[in-house]
Write a protein that binds this ligand. Structure first.
Ligand code: PGA
Length: 261
């Protein structure tokens, strides 16, 4: 049985003060949610927050007593050097964060990050002991042009170059986020999301092996809310969700965590 992975991606929201406030409220919600506590303690559900770099230290400190994972939203592939404005993997691990998002669609499309760069980031993350969540997904134009599967295959294969199956299954997570469903209120239908997540599991089988494909955690992201979580999470190849807007408020995110149980 694969564990469920329920993650919030705060994007450029919540500085240190708001981060502190969020976790004290989320901690109170968690206290009342016995079934969530039990699932997390049993290892069947993980709760993660990907937060802005400036809020990472606060998040790690204030969430210390909570059974949650804290991760960064991005990183550079070099360990240090003349890269003004960037954050390296060792800086993230020094703070105590354990996970990192790589290749979120906003990184790919707004900041023009390429598959080659993202592959370097994946290697750098693994090297310094971070769990890398590699995001893939097609634009509306690519979907309408019948290219969705080609695009996802390219992002998967190029992004994972040089990575072995054991690493993919145990030190990585793949998140499918159709660009047209992010922040738009348009969720992919449960069947559409499952079709692509099943395709990704097939790619893991083809490029690695059955065991890797069976163990790989695959998430869906794009306008996930409390009321569509159950349908999405009940799909055979979807193990969790990556939530943007609805992860910014402790109560709405907790409802998603509960609905995913
Ligand atoms: P959304 O964002 O839930 O606001 O659509 C998801 C994401 O970009 O990770």
């Amino acid at each position: 049985m694969r564990r469920k992975f329920i993650a919030g991606n705060w994007k450029m929201n919540h500085g240190p003060a708001a981060t502190s406030e969020f976790f004290s409220k989320f901690g109170a919600e968690l206290k009342d949610a016995k079934e969530v506590q039990e699932a997390v303690a049993a290892g069947t559900e993980e709760i993660a927050f990907f937060v802005p770099a400036v809020s990472l230290l606060t998040a790690v400190n204030v969430a210390k007593e909570l059974p949650v994972i804290v991760g960064a939203e991005n990183m550079h592939w070099e360990k240090s050097g003349a890269f003004t404005g960037e954050t390296s993997g060792p800086m993230i691990t020094e703070i105590g964060a354990t996970h990192v998002l790589i290749g979120h669609s906003e990184r790919r499309h707004i900041f023009r990050e390429t598959d080659e760069e993202l592959n370097k980031k994946v290697h750098a993350a693994i090297e310094c002991g971070l769990v890398a969540v590699l995001c893939v997904g097609e634009t509306l134009e690519e979907r309408e042009g019948g290219k969705a599967f080609d695009v996802i295959k390219r992002q998967f294969v190029e992004g994972l170059k040089g990575i072995d199956g054991e690493t993919l299954a145990h030190k990585m997570i793949i998140a499918y986020e159709p660009v047209w469903a992010i922040g738009t209120g348009k969720t992919a239908s449960d069947a559409d999301a499952e079709e692509v997540c099943g395709f990704i599991r097939g790619l893991a089988k083809e490029n690695f092996c059955d065991k890797t494909a069976g163990e790989l955690i695959i998430l869906y992201g794009g306008s996930v809310k409390a009321d569509n979580t159950k349908g999405i999470i009940s799909q055979a190849d979807i193990d969790g969700v990556l939530v943007g807007g609805a992860s910014l408020k402790p109560d709405s995110f907790m409802q998603i965590v509960k609905n995913a149980l």
